[in-house]
Design a protein around this ligand. Structure first.
Ligand code: NAD
Length: 375
C-alpha cells in the first residue's frame, strides 16, 4: 500500500503508530477528519493476521466514523484506534493504561470509546490516564453501555422507514425479523414487543434466543432462514456484509433497517435492494444512538439529554429517505450526500471548540469540554 496516496485518496489527516515494549502495546490511530470537531472512534482489539489488515481496518473505519458523526449532527470527526492483540489473552491494565497515555497525547484531536474487543471496564482503565475517553462507567460520570441507546435509535429509524413506506409507523401492525440478539438486538426486540409487534429472532448463540422467546414471546427461527422470513422489516443486528448477492434475492421484507455496522457488502447491493422495492435505512445513520449517547458525556452525562438526542434519529432517517425518493437515488447515496454537504458547509464556518459558561466542564481538570452542535 502506498500510504500517503491511500490517505490522500480517502481523505485522512493523520495516522499514528504507538508501541510500548513493556506492556506489549502495538496500536494504530487513524484520524480521518477533525473538520467538524475532535475525531471520535472506537478502540478495537483484534488479533489481526497482518499489520496491513490492521491498517486497512483503521483507515476504513475512521472514515466511516466521520460520516456517522456528520449525519448524526455532532460536532465530532472520525477516528479509529486499533489495538493489535487477542482481547481474551493479551489484555492487561498496563496495556490499557499505555493506550490512555498515548491517546491522551493526541490531546483535543481524538476521543476514544469502546468497540469490538473492548468494554466499559477497559474504558475505565484508560480514563485513569486520560480524559479523552467516553463510555466510562456511570459511577465516573460516564454513559456506560451504549447498546440500549443504539437499539432505541434503531427503533426510531425503523419507525421513519415504516412511515415512509406505509404512511404510519405503528410497530404493532407489522412483523420484524431480527438477526442477532446481543446487546443491540435484545433491546430492540424488547422495544418492538412493547408495542405488540410480531417478532422473529435468530442468533448463532442459542442461549441468547431463549430468554426472548420465554420473556417476550418472540418466535425463534433457524439462523440461515432469517432472510426468508415473511416479515415487514428485516433488522440486521449481528455482523456486517449480510446484504449481499446471495441474500438480496431471498429477502421477502419491505424494509431493511437494523443496528449492525456495514450491512451492505457493497454499495451495488444497496442499489439492488432498492430496485427490488425494498427500502433500506443507511446503517451509520440508524445506528448512531450509541455514539450520540457517548457524545453527551463530553458535556456532562445526562440520560434525558441522551434520549432527546437519540430521538433525532427519526428525523435524520426520514430526511435521508426523503432525499432518496426526491432525487431517485439509493438511500446509501442520500446519506453520503447529507454527510458530505455538512462536512463541506459547516466545516467552512465553524469555530474551533469554545467554552460555554458553566457547562461542559471537564470531569477532572475543569478544562472546557468540546461542545455538540445540537445542544
Ligand atoms: P453483540 O456481540 O452484543 O451481539 C451480536 C449478536 O449477534 C451476538 O448475540 C452473536 O451471537 C450474534 N451473531 C453473530 N453472528 C451471527 C450470525 N451469523 N447470525 C445470527 N446471529 C449472529 O454486539 P452488539 O453490541 O449487539 O452489536 C451488534 C451489531 O451492531 C454489530 O454489527 C455492531 O458493530 C453494531 N453496533 C453496535 C453498537 C452498540 O452500541 N453496541 C453501536 C453501533 C453499531
Amino acid at each position: 500500500m502506498n500510504l500517503f496516496d491511500t490517505m490522500a485518496e480517502l481523505g485522512h489527516e493523520q495516522l499514528v503508530h504507538f508501541q510500548h515494549r513493556d506492556s506489549g502495546l502495538r496500536c494504530l490511530v487513524a484520524l480521518h477528519s477533525t473538520a467538524l470537531g475532535p475525531a471520535i472512534g472506537g478502540l478495537r482489539m483484534w488479533p489481526y493476521a497482518t499489520e496491513a489488515d490492521a491498517l486497512r481496518d483503521a483507515l476504513r473505519q475512521s472514515r466511516a466514523m466521520t460520516y456517522k458523526a456528520a449525519v448524526a449532527g455532532l460536532d465530532l470527526g472520525g477516528g479509529k484506534a486499533i489495538l493489535i492483540g487477542n482481547p481474551e489473552t493479551d489484555k492487561s491494565e498496563a496495556l490499557l493504561r499505555a493506550v490512555g497515555r498515548f491517546v491522551g497525547g493526541l490531546s483535543e484531536r481524538f476521543i476514544v470509546m469502546e468497540d469490538v474487543g473492548t468494554n466499559v471496564d477497559d474504558m475505565d482503565v484508560i480514563y485513569r490516564e486520560t480524559d479523552r475517553v467516553v463510555g466510562v462507567h456511570p459511577v465516573h460520570g460516564g454513559s456506560g453501555d451504549p447498546s440500549p441507546f443504539t437499539a432505541l435509535g434503531t427503533a426510531f429509524g425503523i419507525r421513519a422507514c415504516l412511515e415512509r413506506r406505509f404512511g404510519q409507523g405503528d410497530f404493532g401492525r407489522h412483523s420484524f425479523a431480527v438477526q442477532g440478539v446481543g446487546g443491540v438486538g435484545y433491546h430492540l426486540v424488547k422495544l418492538l414487543r412493547a408495542e405488540g409487534a410480531k417478532v422473529f429472532v435468530t442468533d448463532i448463540n442459542q442461549e441468547r434466543v431463549e430468554p426472548l422467546v420465554d420473556e417476550f414471546r418472540a418466535e425463534a427461527v433457524p439462523m440461515h432462514q432469517i432472510y426468508d422470513v415473511d416479515a415487514t422489516v428485516f433488522a440486521p443486528c449481528a455482523m456486517g456484509g449480510i446484504i449481499n448477492e446471495d441474500t438480496v434475492p431471498r429477502l421477502r421484507c419491505k424494509i431493511v433497517a437494523g443496528g449492525a455496522n456495514n450491512q451492505l457488502e457493497s454499495n451495488e447491493c444497496g442499489t439492488q435492494l432498492e430496485s427490488r422495492g425494498i427500502l433500506s435505512a443507511p446503517d451509520y445513520a440508524i445506528n448512531s444512538g450509541g455514539l450520540m449517547n457517548a457524545a453527551v458525556e463530553l458535556q456532562g452525562y445526562s440520560v434525558e439529554r441522551a434520549r432527546r438526542m437519540v430521538e433525532r434519529i427519526h428525523g435524520i432517517v426520514a430526511r435521508i429517505l426523503e432525499i432518496g425518493a426526491r432525487d431517485h437515488i439509493a438511500s446509501w447515496q442520500a446519506a453520503e450526500r447529507v454527510a458530505e454537504e455538512r462536512l463541506r458547509t459547516v466545516a467552512a464556518i465553524r469555530q474551533p471548540y469554545r467554552a460555554r459558561g458553566g457547562r461542559g466542564e471537564d470531569r477532572y481538570s475543569g478544562r472546557p469540554r468540546p461542545t455538540l452542535l445540537t445542544d
